[in-house]
Design a protein around this ligand. Structure first.
Ligand code: NDP
Length: 493
């Protein structure tokens, strides 16, 4: 299967070039060859895309369509994504450097499921009615207050490069389900799968303007956030950019949802099933080469199993197959760009300078076949303290720090010694301890004896500097709708 790329902007139901004629190259992280020259949107295209989305919302059929009909189109989108899965997973692997095991085994099926799930969620979503009493002009009345949830309008959906299809559709599906329209902005580093979504939207007969996809740099995202005719911004990305989005959205008081970074603790107690915990720890940090918001980047080990666990962990890391993302046996691919690899290498150097002990990795692979890609070996540091940069800052790469703890109290203190609060992982056979620690850890999500198992109804997102708002099930449906109560008094007998 040789994938074909879309390189133009998707506006008002059609693929169009940028009016300026400007393009930018998109690279394959496995060899740094150019995959495509993609249109670079400017302010003119932002205006056109917002106008199209606005028209589709204010005058088009989409928000007024029967929910069953909208749900049908979303199901069609899900089916089409699966029909095109072989091509889409290759596009994602080529563009992001994600092993096929992940793009094909997880991300593309999950993208399809995002649409199928929200098509179903729509029919299960209940809205509130309150019965009460009041006094109207001296007369006792009963009150029926009904809460309507109406589609908010035009949403700007801004996503990062690490899992474009999974994250983009995770926002887009509920947005479209409730009747909103969208301008979707992928990262310039990996825009190809989401550009292809335009083609799929055409096949699913989404009305023109319901979905628009703009490729460009951060200034396109910034223009969307500032735009007075955009009603909401759903953003996934770094903390610093998230703060900029929040500031910029204040001028027009837009509703915002921010899914930001993390430095998530992975806590292993001595009574854990160690084999399962080792497996989980390796996945939690090295899946997507550590370029994952929920990466379990801080491993906290109880001292009585410290040596045993590390020995097994290093053996499991040695088993990871580093290689071409398109090879179905590859576990670990390249990082997204040479600049990002350099940044991660800077962290590794800082770990060495600050006295952490490098147990494995820390360098580029020697394999001649991998020299042209942005590869960096899975890296584990022991002897880490909470003041080191590698322990405090989100690296967003394959670097695991290991700390040891004596007891539950110390584990919780170390876990919470961060400004982030996205996820936490707890490995223990003691259900009481699991629940105690889960409630003490200051994060939006906790996985016990598991990693990234998802029920799409649950609230996904972070506490503290990991974000604002939650996505999933009714949390997403609520984000894209405006609650309005309608009060109907009726006379008391
Ligand atoms: P960035 O924050 O750099 O970029 C995210 C998106 O925002 C990109 O599409 C980017 O465009 C756009 N953007 C850049 N500047 C602005 C601006 N001023 N206003 C609006 N949009 C802007 O993140 P990365 O792409 O580097 O992704 C890595 C980060 O994403 C990590 O910190 C990671 O933790 C976080 N993340 C969080 C997840 C979560 O669910 N919590 C999931 C996945 C990642 P462009 O790239 O074209 O400049």
């Amino acid at each position: 299967m040789i994938p074909t790329f879309r390189s133009q902007l998707f506006i008002d139901g059609e693929y169009v070039p940028a009016a300026s004629g400007h393009t930018f190259p998109v690279f394959n992280p496995a060899n740094n060859e150019v995959l495509a020259e993609v249109a670079r949107a400017g302010s003119e295209e932002v205006e056109r895309a917002v106008a199209a989305a606005r028209r589709a919302f204010d005058e088009g059929p989409w928000p007024k369509m029967k929910t069953a009909e909208r749900a049908k189109r979303l199901r069609r989108l899900a089916e089409l994504l699966l029909e095109h899965a072989a091509e889409l997973e290759r596009i994602e692997s080529l563009d992001v450097g994600k092993p096929l095991k992940e793009s094909g085994g997880h991300d593309i099926p999950r993208a399809a499921n995002n649409f199928a799930f929200f098509a179903d969620a729509l029919s299960q979503w209940t809205q509130d009615a309150h019965w009460g009493e009041g006094n109207w002009l001296g007369q006792e009345v009963n009150l029926l207050s009904v809460t309507l949830r109406q589609p908010l309008g035009v949403a700007a959906i801004i996503v990062p490069w690490n899992s474009p299809m999974m994250l983009g559709t995770w926002k887009l599906a509920p947005c479209l389900a409730v009747g909103c329209t969208a301008v979707l902005k992928p990262s310039e580093l990996a825009p190809l799968s989401l550009l292809k979504l335009g083609e799929i939207a055409q096949k699913a007969e989404l009305p023109p303007g319901v979905l628009n996809v703009l490729t460009g740099f951060g200034e396109v995202g910034a223009a969307l956030v500032a735009h007075p005719r955009v009603d909401a911004v759903s953003f996934t990305g770094g903390v610093a950019t998230g703060k900029q989005v929040m500031r910029a959205a204040a001028d027009t008081l837009k509703r915002i949802s921010l899914e930001l970074g993390g430095k998530s603790p992975n806590i292993v107690f001595a009574d854990a099933d160690l084999e399962s915990a080792v497996n989980g720890a390796v996945r939690a940090i090295f899946r997507s080469q550590g370029q994952s918001c929920v990466a379990g980047s801080r491993l906290l080990l109880q001292e009585s199993v410290y040596d045993r666990f590390l020995e097994r962990l290093l053996a499991a890391v040695a088993q990871l197959k580093v290689g071409d993302p398109l090879d179905p046996t590859t576990d670990f691919g390249p990082l997204i760009s040479p600049q990002h690899r350099q940044r991660v290498e800077g962290f590794i150097q800082s770990g060495l300078d600050e006295g952490a002990r490098l147990l494995v990795g820390g360098t580029r692979p020697r394999d001649p076949a991998l020299q042209r890609g942005n590869y960096l070996l899975p890296t584990v540091f022991a002897g880490v303290t909470g003041t080191m940069r590698i322990c405090r800052e989100e690296i967003f790469g394959p670097v695991l720090t290991v700390q040891r703890f004596r007891d539950e109290e110390e584990a919780i203190r170390l876990a919470n010694d961060t400004t982030y609060g996205l996820a936490g992982f707890i490995w223990t056979r003691d259900v009481n301890r699991a629940l105690r620690v889960a409630s003490a850890v200051k994060t939006g999500m906790v996985w016990v004896n598991s990693f990234f198992l998802r029920d799409l109804r649950t609230p996904f997102g972070g506490a503290r500097e990991s974000g604002i708002g939650r996505e999933g099930g009714r949390y997403s449906l609520e984000f894209y709708t405006e609650p309005k109560f309608v009060c109907v008094p009726y006379t008391a007998l």
